[in-house]
Design a protein around this ligand. Structure first.
Ligand code: HEM
Length: 448
């Protein structure tokens, strides 16, 4: 697709059921995502595929249902309570991760760091969403483990529907992948509804709360303002979990991969973290160090921010993002699209286009994001599309950067990373999120 995008900024693939239009032209992207936003949505097609797992959650719907959830969720994500609570969770989880890496470094063992990031980010978003310790990192919660497996399998089966033309028949007959999907959704639902009911009971029973942490997770906050319909709560919160876990973990994995390929960048970040935290040399353990980095220090880490953003430019967690065209239209570059066409913009291909980024488009250069004073300089979101743009821009962008910066700062302060096998090709797995195929196997070395 990247090769095709290099030849044609917009092109059409003819299909038996619908035509697919792919564009990497920023003017078209702006038109689809903002100027004529109402004409490009999830549509009944995506909704039908996603509904069993995602319900009426923000990812699966358009129109009023979307608007209402967007409003509630935007408010929630902008609150100080959520910011502070999530930072505490991120700091604690990176402490756990660093302990595991430390043991691996002592034993000179290779670890699959993508697997560790996947567990850690799931634990983070789960704690922030439900206030419950899932602990998939250490595997201490058996029920949580069953939920995680069922949830991952259900997500994979939902994606499989996009290429399985027989899914509706299988669903009707309750056989094969659809029977498994139904079973897994039941496991997910039982677990989630139990958490919702427990929390609602807890809130009813607790009189005046002494523990502030108990009220800071998203579920508690929804319950406090009176949204108690369990299905609504299940849908809204499960969608956050889907949105938040794999995207952040995949990005952190590609980031570590880029740092292994560019040791000079790795050293520069370690140096930046050291300078931003230089008064904290006496700190003893990882969690204490993580807890003691101030928000202001993170704000100062412009190079780290640039390196994460550069990773997302080349390895966007959502590599292709498709919408359904709801009525005949003409894109700004003159390309005609028909009602029912799938219209997609391509963050992965766009990150590699010379006409957008210049001749060095395919090179990893964090400096391209910095101004002459070393301050981070954002790009036009219709060129840098990793977080989408317009009214449906990623709601968790700031949340994701905070988690990624906390994780990176702690890990790079204490460890240096090298690929486990420098000759092994690192490439992506073809799926909706851009995971590293087979994981990322690295060696961590203690820094001091
Ligand atoms: C590096 C990390 C992330 C990337 C690259 C990313 C990217 C994206 C993209 C491309 C979309 C549009 C998807 C679509 O077409 O429906 C999106 C939507 C969304 N993201 Fe993220 N995301 C990240 C992390 C997160 C996190 C951590 C959360 C929540 C905790 C989150 C919450 C959401 C939500 C709720 C939406 C739906 C917005 C809407 O439809 O109005 N994201 N994200």
């Amino acid at each position: 697709m990247t090769d095709l995008a290099g030849k044609y900024r917009t092109y059409r693939l003819l299909g038996p059921f619908r035509n697919e239009v792919y564009t990497s032209e920023p003017a078209n992207v702006e038109y689809i995502l903002k100027t004529n936003f109402p004409n490009y949505g999830k549509g009944d097609y995506n909704n039908g595929l996603l509904r069993d797992l995602l319900g009426d959650g923000i990812f699966a719907v358009d129109g009023e249902k979307w608007r209402q959830q967007r409003k509630v969720s935007s408010y929630e994500f902008s609150t100080r309570v959520l910011r502070d609570f999530s930072s505490v969770v991120f700091r604690k989880n990176v402490g756990k991760l660093a302990n595991i890496l430390s043991e691996a470094a002592n034993a000179n063992e290779i670890v699959d760091i993508q697997d560790l990031f996947l567990k850690s980010t799931l634990d983070s978003i789960f704690k922030v969403a439900f206030g419950v310790e899932l602990d998939s990192m250490c595997g201490t919660n058996a029920e949580g483990k069953a939920f995680t497996t069922a949830f991952d399998d259900a997500s994979a089966a939902t994606l499989f529907r996009y290429v399985d033309i027989f899914w509706k028949i299988k669903k009707f007959l309750n056989i094969g992948s659809e029977a498994a999907l139904k079973k897994n959704i039941k496991v997910v639902d039982n677990f989630v509804y139990k958490l919702i009911h427990n929390k609602a009971d807890q809130m009813r029973n607790s009189k005046d709360d002494d523990s502030s942490m108990k009220k800071d997770d998203i579920l508690s906050r929804f319950l406090q303002v009176g949204d108690t319909d369990p299905t609504y709560l299940r849908d809204i919160i499960l969608n956050f979990i889907i949105a938040g876990k794999d995207t952040t973990a995949a990005t952190l994995s590609w980031f570590i991969y880029m740092l292994c390929e560019h040791p000079d960048v790795q050293e520069k970040i370690a140096q930046e973290v050291k300078e931003a935290t230089n008064k904290m040399n006496e700190v003893k353990d990882f969690s204490e160090f993580a807890a003691s980095i101030t928000e202001e220090s993170f704000e100062k880490m412009n190079y780290l921010h640039a390196a994460i953003t550069e990773t997302l430019r080349l390895y966007p967690a959502v590599p292709v993002d498709a919408k359904l065209c709801l009525s005949d239209d003409t894109l700004p570059d003159g390309f005609n699209v028909r009602k029912g066409d799938m219209v997609a913009y391509q963050p992965y291909a766009m990150g590699r286009m010379k006409f957008i980024w210049g001749d060095d488009a395919e090179e990893f250069k964090p400096e391209r994001w910095l101004d002459e004073n070393g301050m981070f300089r954002p790009e036009n979101p219709f060129k840098f599309t990793a977080f989408q743009a317009g009214p449906r821009i990623c709601l968790g962008k700031e949340f994701a950067y905070r988690q990624m910066k906390i994780f990176s700062a702690v890990l790079l302060h204490y460890f240096m990373f090298k690929l486990g096998d420098a000759n092994k090709k690192v490439t992506y797995r073809t799926m909706i999120n851009l995971h590293i195929d087979g994981g990322l196997h690295v060696r961590a070395f203690h820094r001091c």
